[in-house]
Design a protein around this ligand. Structure first.
Ligand SMILES: Nc1nc2c(ncn2[C@@H]2O[C@H](COP(=O)(O)OP(=O)(O)OP(=O)(O)O)[C@@H](O)[C@H]2O)c(=O)[nH]1
Ligand SMILES: [Mg+2]
Length: 703
């Protein structure tokens, strides 16, 4: 333990080759939920957790006596590294990253793969030579056992001269022993003996690498008895799945299957959520103060309610209560308290409930998507997909290593852009970062579902085809943009992928459920904070200023929409109408386009507020967003959401850069606002151009 910093817990590093299960072990040991998948290069930065350790007592339970800081490192193949994330791991091991960790490492757990000991022990030999207190954790013993492999742990322990423990991060075996071993190495000792291990490559100059491989091979030969139940040979399957044509067809079919599943399974839960919100709306309508309530009752009630909503949104978004945020909350609450009763009812029913309901109904689709994708990733299939895509990616000048960032960007561009750190070459990395936000992230899902439901409400097959087409458009746009960037602004050859195919592993249901839960929480948090607040602001913009009584049209059915046009949102929408008219958008859609530049999902809530307010009678809310949108007509009596307009809207949302947080991360990772601005510019142009072409050609053909 470092001297002079007596309170800090000992630092224990989890190191090892990529894909040996370090993060899985970290998650099970410390109860964390860091991202895990069956291909290398998932973890790209340090992650820390507190772990209680102690001796094993009685029933094999670990008696916690002190805590250590457990650090999950990115995987690395060797201490002599090339890529930035491997560098992070190597420097942490050498104790050079003391700025990020409290202190130099006190102990290391080298994780090796029981099903591939000879390869994964190579790094262990390098780590052991750092002469730190070290434990070798042989992970995946469940898989090794299943194939009948026998490992002589006692012999390994003796030859490596350090504790060697067989563990399974998946099944939880060996974890108490591992905790105890960590405890033994980190407990305060009177006068720790310096460690001086012998190098397995001593006396070998210039042949270090091959000498290490030879050493690891020999050691494995002496201590491992290969399984008699030879592992199921999947070579033929891999040949098919990684072949250029069949592999691509397989990948497309798998994805189409996933979308079909989304549409056929999400219907019922989506209906339930919609009904639930309808019911909440009715309940609120009944409970809220009405014209008969005294202002003395209504005003304080409204003020307190508003404060409660702010508290919820701040809490969900982990916003600190600063002078500013308290000021905004108090000021808004006072305004809300002073609202006329009718406006207050509309704020709650149309703004708060309508705005969040519009987005939350898409939760089932997001859950199903992440559940299935996580299972696919964990099984090892996605790594085969990587091989297929790699050929195409290399042709357009993207490095093979861009696959993982591209795959993560299908959840959210932010972790995708961070994952691009695995790409060594700066130009390659820059191009990858610039095109990643073109891939379909989960925030686009609500828009995709809305449009597909508008067009093919009752046909899950056609809906999944259109959905797939939107994904494909994103991928094609990303690849084409990368190609063009490589040809013009940022030239250079792309490095090929040197990825070995991970073996198929049984996907972990628990992992899939946890990932799904995480994504659901992120989504709901966003709905309950950012989207809720934007919805309220938007409601205000779409409600005020009020049209003077004497100007309201006599026909009651036209009053609401006249009032909407008179509001600030209406005026802005009308002002920019000429800009978007060639794309087939009316001014109400334009309001949605403008608000969604902060966050894409907002367009859905905007449309439900704008069209909800524009229709007479707020009671219409519980008809559901899709029904409301379908009913909308242009002055000439044709539907607003015609095929051409719907497709154009979809294309706009596939291609547009509408996410402030992503822009901030692009700036951080590229070191300059210039690239973030460039990204915004080219994507917006692409979106406008794509939607324009689609709308104009579809209308020309009479759609
Ligand atoms: N059967 C089995 N699978 C495991 C075990 N531990 C991890 N896995 C699987 O192995 C794969 C890789 O796990 P990760 O924890 O992401 O590996 P990692 O070492 O952190 O990988 P990088 O971060 O890419 O270096 C995942 O598919 C896990 O589900 C285990 O004990 N048994
Ligand atoms: Mg990891």
């Amino acid at each position: 333990m470092s001297i002079g910093n007596a309170v800090a817990s000992p630092v224990v590093l989890l190191a090892g080759n990529p894909n040996v299960g370090k993060t899985s072990l970290f998650n099970t040991l410390a109860g964390m939920r860091a991202k895990v998948a069956n291909y290398p290069g998932i973890t790209v930065d340090l992650r820390k957790a507190t772990l209680s350790v102690g001796p094993v007592e009685g029933q094999g339970h670990c008696q916690a006596t002190h805590t250590v800081e457990l650090v999950d490192l990115p995987g690395l193949y060797s201490m002599e590294t090339a890529s930035p994330e491997e560098e992070v791991a190597a420097r942490s091991l050498r104790g050079e990253l003391t700025g990020r960790l409290h202190q130099k490492p006190d102990a290391v757990v080298v994780v090796v793969d029981a099903t591939n000991l000879s390869r994964t022990l190579v790094l262990a030999s390098e780590v052991l030579e750092l002469n730190l207190p070290t434990i070798v954790a042989v992970n995946l013993v469940d898989s090794a056992e299943a194939s009948g492999t026998k490992i002589d742990f006692a012999s390994l322990r003796e030859r490596l001269d350090c504790p060697v423990i067989g563990v399974s991060a998946r099944k939880g075996t060996g974890l108490s022993e591992l905790r105890e071993a960590i405890y033994e190495l980190t407990k305060p000792a009177e006068s720790p003996l310096p460690i001086a291990r012998q190098s397995c490559v001593a006396g070998c100059k210039g042949c270090q690498f091959s000498a290490r491989f030879q050493w690891a091979d020999e050691l494995t030969g002496q201590t491992v008895q290969p399984g008699t139940k030879a592992t199921v040979k999947m070579d033929w399957l891999d040949r098919l799945l990684t072949s250029p044509t069949i592999g691509l067809i397989a990948l497309l079919s798998v994805m189409l299957g996933v979308f079909f599943l989304i549409f056929s399974l999400a219907d019922i839960p989506m209906g339930l959520i919609e009904e639930g919100f309808g019911w909440i709306g009715e309940l609120a309508g009944g409970l809220l103060p009405d014209a008969t309530t005294s202002v003395l009752v209504h005003a304080p009630l409204a003020g307190i309610g508003s404060m409660a909503v702010f508290a919820l949104a701040y809490w969900l978004n982990e916003t600190k209560w600063t002078k500013w945020s308290v000021g905004i909350a108090v000021a808004t609450s006072i305004v809300v308290a002073l609202l006329p009763i009718e406006d207050f009812r509309s704020l709650v029913i149309d703004g708060v409930i309508g705005g969040t309901a519009g987005v939350v109904v898409f939760l089932p689709q997001i859950c199903i998507l992440f559940f299935v994708i996580t299972l696919l990733e964990d099984s090892g299939y996605m790594a085969r997909g990587a091989f297929v895509m790699e050929r195409i990616m290399r042709r357009v000048g993207l490095p093979g290593k861009a696959f993982v960032p591209m795959l993560s960007s299908h959840a959210c561009a932010i972790p995708g852009i961070m994952a691009a750190r695995t790409i060594e070459n700066w130009r390659d990395r820059l191009v990858t970062i610039l095109v990643l936000p073109l891939l379909t992230c989960s925030a686009r899902l609500p828009v995709y579902v809305m449009v597909t439901a508008l067009l093919f409400g009752n046909d899950p097959f056609k809906a999944s085809l259109l959905f797939g087409a939107a994904y494909l458009l994103g991928i094609t746009a990303a690849l084409t943009s990368a190609y063009l960037l490589k040809k013009t602004l940022i030239p250079g050859e792309a490095a090929p992928l040197v990825l070995e195919l991970p073996s198929y592993r049984m996907p972990s249901l628990r992992n899939a459920m946890m990932t799904t839960l995480d994504r659901a929480i992120v989504f709901l948090r966003q709905a309950g904070s950012v989207i809720l607040l934007i919805s309220v602001v938007l409601w205000a913009l779409a409600t005020y200023p009020k049209m003077p009584e004497d100007q309201l049209p006599a026909d009651e059915l036209q009053q609401a929409s006249a009032q909407l046009e008179y509001s600030i949102a209406g005026r802005v929408g009308k002002a920019i109408e000429p800009v978007f008219a060639p794309l087939g958008f009316d001014w109400k859609i334009d309001v949605g386009i403008v608000t969604s530049f902060a966050a894409r999902e907002v367009v859905v809530s905007t449309l439900s507020i704008v069209y909800g307010l524009g229709e007479d009678g707020a009671e219409d809310q519980d008809a559901g967003l899709i029904e409301t949108l379908r009913r909308q007509e242009k002055p000439d009596g044709t539907p607003v959401f015609s095929t051409a307009t719907s497709v154009s809207l979809l294309i706009f949302f596939v291609l547009a850069m509408q996410c402030l947080p992503t822009q901030v991360v692009t700036k951080r990772e590229t070191g300059s606002w210039k690239w973030a601005a460039f990204q915004f510019g080219f994507m917006t142009m692409l979106a406008y151009g794509g939607a324009l072409i689609a709308y104009q050609s579809l209308t020309a053909f009479g759609f």
